[in-house]
Write a protein that binds this ligand. Structure first.
Ligand SMILES: Cc1ncc(COP(=O)(O)O)c(C=O)c1O
Length: 402
């Protein structure tokens, strides 16, 4: 008997679409069709990339040297500059040889998990988590062990929770601060405590530092890689230019790790995407070699929007919203709103409520289900002040039946 072949592989067939990109695409499609939709979906700054970075790319475009392949690991001068920038910004001392330039931070996530994990391995993933992490873990045949946190702990995982989730199969801990989607920022003490725990278990730590420059009030960014030297050669830093320099579309990120891991990940990348676009690397070189004045200006605007969004969301009956400490996301609980009927449509989950709000109030938010946290919404505050005010007011009016 002939066995029917499966058209799509089981591994890839099991991958879900990125919910954040899907909501953003739907919002943009509705906008293009003339609907007055306001989108809180995409995590991208509304600012243009700073002029000196664009100029560097324009100059690279005119220079035939940049019309060619680069080494798979990236332009040597960019890797040097990333090493220098890492010491400057987080105090972590590294060398160009320990850096792989990737197509955005997302490919650094993918490369890391594919290069590190074997089937059966477990990775501790505190939730709410960024929607992308579990997929490459599953693709590697490993398991994401999700550790739930909520507003009561400020969305921060505790040592007790980590200890309870740990098994002899645990290979790595994923640590993300400032966090997408919650905006939580771990203190220096918490970072050290968790890092030392991971080191004592002999775990790898993958620390995603892409929001390092977006912390508010008196808070400071703490790099676990720097603060916990006991992690030795089992620490991987993920980073990129997207959020710091308003460069989401340029697609430049990187991973920093021990030589054997970087070599393995470079081999993988050499067969998948080769090098990152040469011109984009020239732009990233200008970004990371320059000063941080542009991000300081953007941070001031995000800070203003953060306060406004927090105040508006907190005023909605049934909504609990912590003030975001970093990144550019608010992560309010809409649990208290579920079960109500809006325009004849009952919302029993935040996933359903998000659809109703998009259809009826023309506002796009990402439901917490996408981040392993039903009951919440993620709203980016990296959009213009007017849209932000109008969008959250629309949600408040809609929920309040006005
Ligand atoms: C926590 C985190 N890491 C990595 C990335 C990847 O960013 P990019 O691929 O645009 O560089 C994102 C983007 O949303 C993120 O939120």
């Amino acid at each position: 008997m002939r066995v029917m072949s499966e058209r799509i592989s089981r591994r890839i067939g099991a991958i879900t679409e990125s919910a954040t990109l899907a909501v953003d695409a739907k919002a943009k499609a509705l906008q293009a069709a003339g609907e007055p939709v306001i989108g809180f979906g995409a995590g991208e700054p509304d600012f243009p990339t700073p002029a000196h970075i664009v100029e560097a790319a324009a100059a690279a475009c005119r220079n035939p040297k940049y019309h060619r392949y680069t080494p798979a690991a990236g332009l040597p001068e960019l890797r040097e500059a990333i090493a220098a920038k890492t010491v400057r910004d987080s105090g972590f001392v590294t060398a160009a040889a320990n850096i792989l330039v990737t197509n955005g931070g997302k490919q650094a996530v993918y490369n890391t998990f594919e290069a590190l994990l074997n089937p059966g391995d477990e990775v501790l993933v505190p939730a709410p988590y960024w929607t992308t992490y579990p997929e490459p873990i599953a693709l590697a045949g490993a398991t994401a062990v999700v550790i739930s946190t909520d507003v009561s702990s400020g969305f921060k995982v505790t040592l007790e929770q980590l200890e309870a989730a740990y098994t002899p199969r645990t290979k790595a801990l994923l640590f993300v601060s400032p966090s997408n989607p919650t905006g939580a920022v771990y203190s220096r003490e918490q970072t050290i405590e968790i890092g030392r725990w991971a080191a004592s278990k002999g775990l790898w730590v993958i620390t995603d530092e892409i929001y390092e420059h977006l912390v508010y009030d008196e808070r400071e960014f703490s790099s676990m890689a720097t603060l916990v030297p006991e992690l030795g050669d089992r620490v991987v830093i993920l980073n990129g230019v997207a959020k710091t320099y308003a460069m989401t579309g340029w697609r430049v990120g990187w991973m920093i790790g021990p030589p054997d891991l970087i070599k393995a990940a470079t081999n993988l990348q050499s067969h998948s995407t080769s090098n990152v676009c040469n011109v984009a690397q020239a732009a990233a070189l200008a970004a990371v070699s320059g000063d941080l004045s542009a991000v300081a200006e953007m941070r001031a605007a995000f800070d203003r929007r953060r306060r406004r969004m927090h105040a508006l969301l907190s005023s909605i009956d049934g909504v609990i919203c912590l003030e975001p400490e970093g990144a550019f996301y608010a992560f309010p609980s809409f649990e208290g709103v579920l079960g109500r009927t809006f325009n004849g449509r009952k919302a029993t989950s935040t996933s359903e409520l998000a659809t109703i709000i998009l259809d009826e109030a023309k506002v796009a938010v990402i439901p917490g289900e996408a981040f392993g946290a039903p009951g919440y919404f993620r709203l980016s505050f990296a959009l213009g002040d007017d849209d932000l005010g109008e969008g959250v007011t629309r949600i408040a009016d809609f929920i309040g039946g006005r």
